[in-house]
Design a binder for this molecule. Structure first.
Ligand code: MAN
Length: 351
């Protein structure tokens, strides 16, 4: 049994009914994949809230943000021959892709890391502009030199890329635009410069030649990225055979930069693993886990909006204790502890 996660007994910590939809006509379909940060001695989550309007028999609705910045609902008959609806998350209509839900990021806060509430003077982050018309998702928060860097998935009919916003106080945000163009997601910025440069992990997709692999990039300012290098690929016949993507910011340890990542197989079952990068030269991967360190096993991980998924993009490090917050079955927000020493002990040199 390779699952070494200690799940919170309080799981799920958050489910769709726990939050208010962003308007009366919308309903929350799922809460998932939170970015995590510490601010004013509290634990905060940047939760992805996926919404749609109540579904009616015989039709499918999909929401998007229109040119006026307002949520607009498209309605298509299920009998329409131009509709392909086989995945709970995406539909195709007249050859174009749409998401079945529209996501924004809700900022929640907690004193104990278990019970979360919405502070009064803090507002959600929503998609803005043509490149975020289908919403924003799966934020990673990195804290570097007094600034929080929020990297997130920006979705529109033009593709799926990585957006960046920065803040110092969670009230005023600077939009830095798209830092990695489509198709790219799962981007996290290292929380320390290395040899004077910013570093980030990101996940471009090259389906015909290559695959869904983790890459490394560097930057003089955290906004303009270059010197892209391939870092970590998928592994045939293993749990991470179809896609891999970085979780939250790499954790600095004596042995190297430790990264928790997600991997999925051809059946779209998502598990977590880890790999280690050289401290001075993160383009060198030193070791990797062979088996997952966490795999879906609880009911709330196996059945939900999209079952058999554990997916993390946010954590807190306190000495040896790593608390991850994760999306379960693409519907619930959960928590689990790991020992960093124990994760390191499961790494092997075979990549
Ligand atoms: C995948 C899933 C969805 C997500 C889209 C766009 O299909 O991760 O949940 O909405 O990509 O990022």
């Amino acid at each position: 049994m390779s699952d070494i996660a200690h799940r919170f007994p309080e799981n799920p910590l958050l489910m769709p009914k726990d939050l208010q939809p962003s308007s009366d006509d919308l309903q929350i379909i799922s809460l998932l994949n939170p970015g995590v940060f510490v601010f004013e001695q509290k634990t905060w989550l940047l939760v992805r809230v996926a919404e749609c309007i109540a579904q009616k028999e015989g039709v499918i609705f999909f929401p998007l943000i229109n040119a006026l910045g307002k949520v607009e609902i498209i309605e298509i008959s299920l009998k329409d021959p131009d509709l392909v609806a086989t995945d709970a998350r995406i539909v195709q209509y007249k050859g174009l892709d749409y998401l079945t839900t529209l996501s924004h990021l809700r900022i929640l806060c907690s004193d104990d890391g278990i019970h979360f509430y919405t502070p009064e003077d803090i507002h959600p982050l929503t998609g803005a502009g043509v490149l975020e018309k289908f919403g924003i998702e799966d934020a990673r928060v990195s804290y570097l030199e007094d600034t929080y860097y929020i990297t997130y998935t920006a979705v529109s009919a033009n593709g799926v890329g990585v957006g960046l916003r920065t803040t110092k106080d969670w009230k005023n945000f600077e939009k830095k635009g798209m830092i990695f163009p489509p198709h790219n997601k799962d981007c996290t910025i290292f929380e320390e410069k290395i040899n004077g440069k910013f570093y980030a992990l990101h996940r471009p997709s090259s389906p015909q030649i290559g695959g869904n692999f983790i890459w490394l990039a560097e930057s003089p300012d955290g906004i303009h990225w270059g010197n892209h290098q391939f870092l970590l690929g998928t592994r045939k016949d293993l749990w991470d055979s179809a896609r891999v993507g970085a979780g939250a910011a790499p954790i600095k340890t004596d042995k190297g930069w430790l990264e928790i990542y997600h991997g999925a197989n051809a059946e779209q079952q998502y598990c977590l693993g880890a790999f280690l990068m050289d401290l001075e030269n993160p383009s060198k991967v030193i070791a990797r886990t062979l088996e997952p360190i966490m795999m879906p096993q609880e009911n709330y991980e196996i059945s939900g909006f999209f079952g058999y998924v554990v997916f993390t993009n946010g954590h807190i490090v306190e000495g040896d204790k790593l608390t991850i917050y994760y999306g379960a079955a693409d519907e619930f927000v959960c928590g689990a502890y790991f020992s960093i020493t124990e994760i390191l002990s499961t790494l092997v040199n075979e990549l």
